[in-house]
Design a protein around this ligand. Sequence first.
Ligand code: HEM
Length: 526
Amino acid sequence: MSLVHFVYGFIFISLFLLWKLINACYISPVRTLQKLRSNGLGGPTPKFPLGNLSDMKQMLIKAKSLSSSLSLSSSSSESISHDIHSSSLPYFAQWKKLHGKVYVYWMGVEPFLYIADPEFLKQMSGSVLAKNWGKPNVFRNDRIPMFGDYGLNMIEGNTWARHRHIINPAFSSTNLKVMANSMVESTTKMITQWTTLLTNSSKLELDMEKEVTTLAGEIIAKTNFGINSELGNVLLEKLRSMQISLFKHTRYVGVPYGHLLTMGQTLEARKLGQEIDEILLSIINSRRKVIGVEPQHDLLGLLLEGEEDNRVDGQFVKKLTTRELVDECKTFFFGGHETVALSMTWTLMLLAMYPKWQDELRKEIEEVIGEKDEIDFTMLAGLKKMGWVFNEVLRLYPSSPNAQRQARSDIQVGNVVIPNGTNIWIDVVGMHHDRTLWGDDVNEFKPERFDGDLYGGCKHKMGYMPFGFGGRMCIGKNYALMEYKIVMSLILRRFSFTVAPSYHHSPTYFFSFRPGSGVPLIVKPL
Ligand code: HEM
């Protein structure tokens, strides 16, 4: 090849790459924006290349300093505000006032259709099948270390339908019944530890976030994977470190080449992800050796059981490949403990703030369960008020504060066309804290709003969705409710809780809503 050909070739390739870059960073987003704007959708003005990311950061800093100066000026627990939408997601709260409940904002060069309008959501979800929803490609980099490529919440299309079909039976009531015993056992162990700590004193200060997260980790390790608490703790620690390296620092999501700015954190997260994979793989391999000897009731056992004779159209197909199994284990380990742990953490904080509800629940536990050491799965349905408290906690502090989607074809919602490829951000917290849907007491803790009403009096059924919507609704909902009721019943029977003076209320959005500096509570034996 002559030098002239080489130079022409080089220029051609460079121009082609430059065109691709300009197209991805400018032309394509502007086209999508124009399409969305032509439907009458407004939103904050983006600035290249960060979109609205720097506005979001500034608004958050301002809101945080405002809420910490308010909480410093008053130390009583009555001054704690549950309006986490304004304090922790101030950009969404402010843009909602300016642009309505459906608008477009930008993360880097990626437009996001923001939705906090339940009627719009109802119409949109009504026209898309669960398996046809996509998850935003722009988040894949962050999510893969946590859920792998094949975790249930990452996959789409027929692969998602196949996984969901295979996993569903693991959460049948027969299996849940068996799992209940493990939950009682782990909680009793924690109670014994607290009782030992209390032998020489009448009260104890404990960080409830730490306590219940460890407990929920142990429970998921046993009930889903049949592994001991030591190995469960190793996995838990690694998952926590991974989350910190992924989300503690500013991410430049949607910013062209933004991942290069956080390369160190991404590599650290991937390394931890691989270490977790190796541990899970060794658990899977040792379980494979004993499959067929005893009936399997945990998630892993059920996924492995029968994998050798699973036939479709006469052809042998493995239920799930080893890669898929590892990713599902990681997904369930993560999704199955953090969400429940957070719901229990916020519950204990709220019960400590509202002792009336502690007494109400204790009375109900006494009537339904009494002093029995074994908790029968069927008794739990009798804990009605506890169900209202669970619902109210998930309304005020949802463990899954948002849902994200990506359109995989044009979606018609009334007069609006959401173009193929549009990222969608459903603001669950925004809907749960919307005064027009709930009334003036929207930011108050009032479990009784769920008395006889599954939607807590919300004016629109899709305005309350702690477990998601449609076919992609949480697969672990019944498991979560069972664990919550068992743990709460056992500990409320034995201890009372008050807010420790050192508690600082600062719910922080960190993938989910977690306490900014733990939840120290004063624990007293009853
Ligand atoms: C209080 C506890 C929980 C809450 C609030 C919660 C909430 C949610 C929500 C909102 C979704 C839908 C996300 C979306 O639409 O993108 C979801 C999905 C999911 N949840 Fe949960 N969850 C909880 C407990 C659990 C537990 C205990 C497990 C497993 C044992 C679990 C496993 C999953 C999985 C695998 C998905 C993905 C389902 C799919 O895409 O088909 N969750 N959860």
